[in-house]
Design a protein around this ligand. Structure first.
Ligand SMILES: [Zn+2]
Length: 142
C-alpha cells in the first residue's frame, strides 16, 4: 500500500515528456504481515546518474538513507524508478539488479517492493512487484 504522499512523490517524476529523465529512489515504511505500508519515498538525488532510459542511484547515499530512516523506525522496503513507457516492464538489468540486491544485502525481509512508475497516473498500469528468494514477480492490484 502506498500512502497519498508517496503517490504524489512518484507522480512528480513520471516520464510524461520527451525531456524527462529516469528517476528513482527508495521506499520506507512498515511491514504488516505480508503487506508493505509505504509512507516515505526518497530520491532522485543530485548525485544519481540519470538519462532518458537509465537510472543509476548513488549507492552511498542509499545506505545513508537506510540508516537514517531506520533510526526513526522506518524500514527500508524497496526501490522505485521510472520508465518512459505507458505500461512499464522491468528490463533484464532491472531484474538482475533487484534480485542481486535482495540476495546479497543483509536483512530479515520476506521480500522487497519493486515499483516502476509508468507515464500515466494509472497506477494499475505501473509495475508493482515484489522481489523475494524466488525472484521478482508482479503483484496483481485490484
Ligand atoms: Zn528500469
Amino acid at each position: 500500500m502506498l500512502s497519498p504522499e508517496v503517490l504524489t512523490h512518484l507522480n512528480k517524476f513520471r516520464q510524461n515528456g520527451f525531456l524527462k529523465k529516469e528517476a528513482g529512489g527508495q521506499l520506507f515504511g512498515k511491514l504488516d504481515g505480508k503487506t508493505f505500508l509505504v509512507n516515505i519515498a526518497t530520491g532522485p538525488r543530485e548525485s544519481d546518474k540519470r538519462s532518458r532510459n537509465r537510472y543509476l542511484p548513488d549507492r552511498k547515499e542509499e545506505q545513508a538513507e537506510i540508516k537514517e530512516h531506520f533510526k526513526n523506525g522506518h524500514l527500508y522496503l524497496g526501490d522505485w524508478h521510472t520508465h518512459p513507457e505507458k505500461k512499464p516492464v522491468p528490463s533484464e538489468l532491472d531484474i538482475e539488479t533487484t534480485n542481486d540486491c535482495f540476495q546479497k544485502s543483509t536483512h530479515e525481509m520476506p521480500g522487497f517492493a519493486f515499483i516502476i512508475v509508468g507515464k500515466t497516473t494509472l497506477v494499475r498500469d505501473w509495475y508493482i512487484g515484489v522481489t523475494a528468494k524466488a525472484g521478482t514477480r508482479r503483484l496483481n492490484l485490484v
